[in-house]
Write a protein that binds this ligand. Sequence first.
Ligand code: KG4
Ligand code: ZN
Length: 334
Amino acid sequence: SEDQYILAIETSCDETAVAIVKNERELVTNVVASQIESHKRFGGVVPEIASRHHIEQITLTLEEALTQAELTMDEIEAIAVTEGPGLVGALLVGVNAAKALAFAKQKPLVGVHHIAGHIYANRLEKEFQFPLLSLVVSGGHTELILMDEHGSFEVIGETRDDAAGEAYDKVARTLKLPYPGGPHIDKLAQEGEVSIDFPRAWLEDGSYDFSFSGLKSAVINKLHNAKQKNEDIPPQDVAASFQESVVDVLSTKTYQAAKEYDVKQVIVAGGVAANKGLRAALKDKFKEEDCELLIPPLHLCTDNAAMIAAAGAVAYQQGHRAGYDLNANPGLDL
Ligand code: KG4
Ligand code: ZN
């Protein structure tokens, strides 16, 4: 048939994921085997445990994706895989599975950058219009990325210390909330009041860089001091005030960059794009603007392979091919 199916594998962190996308933009199936339960009692992702889970899950997840799609490998055009960044032992499982499959079935192989994937998750919902600005906010990344065409990424700002999701997870831990803490803080914040004036790191004039470690420390210090004085601060107010600081900086800098670069679309990507406060603030900021705001549905915000298939399909169209020497690269540049 004329239809082109790309199968993708993502194992960069704590989700074993396989997805199939049809004709670049149509999601056929998106299977995610989450390991969150196994990492919870350690309060974060344990790399060794992640690798072992990926090894156990990868074949099952692959079979599940093909079964759900009612496709065989013969009908797959190419295989895309996350080559980095991420945990090296976790990435290796996906990369080797993809190479083995590509070799056994004699299919082309395409390596995908995890962040390109987060951005391209949005293309499963809406066609891109360039120039486009993307705010990528996840557990490992906080970046503003400008795109003039497919496959071209210019990082115009990034975090100088903690990623936004990392700050969420660390503050959540201080509040004794389960891992990953982002969604719990988000929920708590809806019930609280912005009663504490936490700092906002605007950095130098005109800079699109971010910094969240000062804010994180301010929250931790506030809770520590309150405890010593036997003072009671409602945790929901801490959550609401912390979230307000994060969201204010993220949404303001995104808005300023969108104006300066006169972009047609602004897209939000990564796990923290699931945040209710951030989604609302961005919708509000851009409601009277010509540029279109795209925020992916929740299941495409957190790690998945559909986004890798979406980015991989474009890379494949552009002629990118990886050889059997493709390797996991934990520090891969965009
Ligand atoms: O993109 P992702 O699934 O994995 C990485 O590539 O890092 O992002 C995970 C991060 C975690 O830090 C998690 O706490 C955060 O996204 N997160 C949220 C929300 N949902 C997930 N942070 C704030 N609010 C949320 N609703
Ligand atoms: Zn991610």
